[in-house]
Design a protein around this ligand. Structure first.
Ligand SMILES: NC(=O)c1ccc[n+]([C@@H]2O[C@H](COP(=O)([O-])OP(=O)(O)OC[C@H]3O[C@@H](n4cnc5c(N)ncnc54)[C@H](OP(=O)(O)O)[C@@H]3O)[C@@H](O)[C@H]2O)c1
Length: 300
């Protein structure tokens, strides 16, 4: 059985990856903090700070995994403007440490990147489109992609966006935030001028397994096949969860005064994923209906 080492196993995607991989692979989880979820699944956990070169090398030389999935990142987009060094440490130097420590045993490297590598002026981006990152988070994620491209490992880089799902003690995501606010009868303001392709975390985990098992190496965009504004997405969430959509007020991005710039339309074309795997994630509506079931079970 092949060994998969999942960095970022405490995070939203990491937890979904562990659940998807654990029955077919020997899985090891790893994050900085104490494990917050693997013990219950009887999956082995090893803490490591990926910005620490020695710690990273010790772990990798000890485990020598067949496959590394790097879902660890500094994901606070506005925080990256304030804490550039931490952002660069986790999002860029960590990948240098991983590559340097694994050239000797040559694992397959799967790395998660983002729609933010694009400026969002056009939308419906394909893998061949030219990135133009704005802001530190975006630049750090593109820098990591470029390091992997010039490295010697077989790789799959998966760009994703507007990730949502359930996870133990993870940060709220857009969907869980909308649901919670509306359930509490609170009014929320949501932007009409940011368009994207939301991604249900179990679908992203499924795409990663399928790419790996099809030996589909290279760069791939993974999201739902739809493009939708944040405002319309919030209304769709309200509809699926049978909550009061009149609590959702439309606003424009300029009113939010966020520290980091946001792409206006960074939606994806996902034909390449389909061409290589014969599979694509569910539509926004279908995925939300599946998420509603997961959400209700989680809080039951
Ligand atoms: N969320 C989105 O909407 C979105 C959109 C596009 C792309 N992505 C990308 O998708 C990937 C997964 O995102 P996510 O939302 O699942 O992230 P997340 O929930 O914020 O989890 C990030 C994980 O990274 C770990 N980590 C942070 N610093 C680390 C370090 N120095 N060493 C080792 N591990 C470290 C954290 O560990 P602890 O919990 O132990 O601190 C956590 O497990 C990231 O690459 C992100 O850039 C996300």
């Amino acid at each position: 059985m092949q060994t998969v080492l999942i960095f970022g196993s405490n995070g939203l995607l990491g937890q979904n990856l562990v659940r998807r991989f654990k029955n077919h692979y020997h899985v090891l989880g790893s994050s900085v903090e104490q494990d917050n979820f693997l013990e219950a699944l009887k999956v082995e956990y090893r803490a490591v700070d990926l910005t620490n070169r020695l710690q990273t090398r010790r772990l990798l030389e000890d485990v020598k995994p067949d496959i590394i999935i790097n879902a660890a990142a500094f994901t606070d987009v506005d925080g990256c403007e304030e804490h550039r060094e931490i952002c660069w440490g986790v999002n860029v130097h960590a990948i240098e440490n991983i590559l340097e420590s694994s050239v000797a045993f040559k694992p397959i490297l799967i790395h998660i990147s983002t729609d933010y590598v694009f400026d969002g002026e056009d939308g419906l981006y394909r893998e061949i489109d030219k990135p133009n990152p704005r802001g530190n988070y975006a630049r750090s994620k593109l820098a990591a992609e470029n390091i992997i491209l010039s490295g010697s490992l077989e790789y799959i880089i998966v760009r994703t966006q507007v990730l949502y799902g359930m996870g133990n003690k993870v940060r709220p995501n857009f969907v869980t935030w909308v649901v919670k606010q509306l359930q509490e009868g609170k009014t929320i303001k949501v932007v009409t001028d940011q368009i994207g392709s939301p991604t249900y975390a179990p679908d992203l985990a499924e795409a990663i397994v399928r790419l790996l098992e099809n030996e589909a190496y290279g760069l791939f965009h993974v999201s739902s096949p739809d493009q939708i504004s944040r405002y319309d997405f919030a209304r769709k969430i309200a509809e699926v969860f049978e909550l009061d959509a009149s609590l959702i007020q439309p606003i424009e991005t300029s009113e939010l005064e966020q520290k980091a710039p946001r792409p206006r339309n960074s939606s994806f074309k996902i034909d390449k994923l389909f061409n290589y795997t014969g599979w694509e994630p569910d539509s926004v509506e279908k995925a939300l209906i599946r998420f509603r079931k997961e959400y209700r079970e989680y809080y039951a």
